[in-house]
Design a protein around this ligand. Structure first.
Ligand SMILES: Cc1cc2nc3c(=O)[nH]c(=O)nc-3n(C[C@H](O)[C@H](O)[C@H](O)COP(=O)(O)OP(=O)(O)OC[C@H]3O[C@@H](n4cnc5c(N)ncnc54)[C@H](O)[C@@H]3O)c2cc1C
Length: 453
């Protein structure tokens, strides 16, 4: 059974006469460990109706490009294969989101969806809710602890969210039954048909193609599971010691999969905690997955200004950065120079190149990369916009609650004040000497440069 706290009845009317229960898959693009799908199956069982899964492909999701669409559609193909095995119709339509969902819902007795936390996803749910005349239920499945159960307010730091979330997590690691089909409906929405090859849609929709797809990551829940198992078997035991080291990659690479909902955070949590890696290593990882990731969700959920400097950056940091606005910058670069990795700093250039070429920059380098954009840009507002824009353009896991939070963190969000200094004021600073002291950072540069050969 799906926990009550995951479920929000957005339209709480009795089911209408219909041919199927629709699961509008939006954020959680998977069939495994998907509470929204499980709830839809539960409703379909109760109503003795078939279930239909619908997905709407919009060609112009803000800041998305070919890189993201390719990865996402690989995942959608995986969903299709998995639903086919249990004989559940999977309908993909491309077009405007709200009108398309309404169309998919035409003959539905009940509509269920999952929950994404960004403004655009919330707006879609609201608008769909305004247009439906049947029960409409949203189920949170892309967090371990539902966001408002974890905390009723915007948290200031990991330390304030941690005790709340740790207290609740076991309650929300419930098992759910794998989905089953309930036969084919006798009617599908007008004018839609099941599609054989989701990837063929790539050539049919006008997606932004200025950023190429990447070969380093293949999308889909099967690829996610293989990667996770490899991480647990080969790298987890070293995570506490090495995850911060960009020279010896030891991270799980789960972020693109989590971003597209191709793997459930609860499934990742369970696999990691069941492993026989040392407890300290497991906890170091789970701190990131549970506390840091869900702190990001808390941030975008309670702060609708998460994408703007004035609202995403705390007041103390803005005031301090403003006071240091006239400080001379040692270097100053244009957007083009940043984007072309043409700064004087080989470490920064390597980080930018890693992101452009592979679609995923190492976590430690993301911090350094962001801090240096602040240092080498005249105006913090310009630095914020530029950082977010490059992050979301090239990172496969970009446009995520973690993206907005990670960028805001560089400007002091969820951090404390540090000793005042030039340019940064009281905002935490990072420098190249730190990289050289902690890591054999020249090897990172070599590794990245090898990728471009
Ligand atoms: C400037 C900046 C930009 C960032 N942009 C993004 C982004 O666009 N998308 C994104 O998913 N993350 C972003 N992060 C957070 C972090 O760098 C990535 O989540 C992490 O590197 C992903 O790699 P992984 O899955 O191999 O992580 P692992 O180390 O294997 O961690 C497992 C999971 O824990 C979570 N996690 C790890 N580190 C963090 C963190 N610092 N904050 C929140 N959650 C974390 C992620 O969900 C991650 O997939 C950003 C951080 C900074 C400083």
């Amino acid at each position: 059974m799906v926990q009550e706290a995951r479920i929000r009845h957005l339209i709480g009317v009795p089911p209408r006469d219909g041919a199927y229960v629709l699961y509008w898959m939006q954020q959680a693009q998977r069939t495994e460990y998907n509470h929204a799908l499980a709830f839809a199956v539960q409703v379909a069982d109760e109503l003795a109706l078939p279930i239909v899964v619908g997905f709407v492909l919009i060609p112009d999701f803000p800041q998305a490009n070919l890189r993201h669409y390719q990865f996402m559609l690989e995942g959608i193909a995986d969903v299709q294969a998995s639903l086919e095995k249990i004989d559940v119709p999977f309908i993909i339509v491309s077009g405007e989101m709200v009108a398309s969902v309404v169309r998919l819902s035409e003959k539905a007795a009940w509509v269920v969806t999952d929950v994404g936390y960004l403004k655009i996803q919330r707006k879609w749910r609201e608008q769909v809710g305004e247009s439906l005349a049947c029960p409409f239920t949203a189920v949170e499945t892309d967090v371990i602890v539902p966001v408002s159960a974890a905390s009723a307010k915007e948290e200031t730091a990991a330390r304030t969210l941690r005790p709340k979330i740790l207290k609740l997590k076991d309650k929300f690691l419930e098992s759910i039954s794998p989905p089953h089909g309930r036969g084919r409906p006798n009617a599908l929405p007008e004018g839609v048909e099941e599609l054989v090859d989701p990837l063929s849609l790539l050539s049919k929709i006008p997606v932004e193609t200025s950023v190429s797809a990447v070969s380093a990551f293949k999308g889909g829940q099967q690829a996610a599971k293989i990667r996770l198992s490899r991480f647990v078997d080969e790298s987890l035991e070293d995570y506490e010691e090495s995850a911060r080291n960009p020279v010896v990659p030891c991270q799980s690479d789960m972020s693109p999969y989590l971003h597209f909902g191709q793997i459930s955070p609860a499934a990742v949590y369970k696999e990691v905690s069941a492993s026989d890696a040392p407890d300290a290593a497991k906890w170091a990882f789970l701190e990131q997955l549970l506390v840091r990731r869900e702190l990001s969700v808390n941030f975008v959920y309670y702060n609708s200004g998460y994408d703007r400097y004035e609202t995403a950056v705390p007041r103390w940091a803005r005031e301090s950065l403003q006071a240091h606005r006239p400080d001379p910058r040692p270097y100053h670069y244009s957007r083009d120079q940043f984007e072309q990795a043409a700064t004087h700093d080989p470490y920064w250039n390597a980080a930018q190149t890693e992101m452009v070429v592979t679609g995923k920059m190492h976590n430690y380098m993301r911090m350094y990369w962001g801090k240096k954009i602040i240092e080498w840009t005249e105006d913090p507002v310009e630095a914020f916009d530029l950082m977010l824009s490059l992050n979301n353009k090239y990172e496969l896991d970009g446009r995520d609650p973690n993206s907005f939070t990670g960028v805001s963190w560089c400007f002091g969000r969820h951090d404390r004040g540090w000793q005042e200094r030039q340019i940064f004021g009281k905002v935490r600073y990072m420098n190249a000497r730190g990289l050289e002291r902690k890591f054999r950072i020249a090897r990172y540069v070599e590794r990245v440069n090898a990728l471009t050969k």
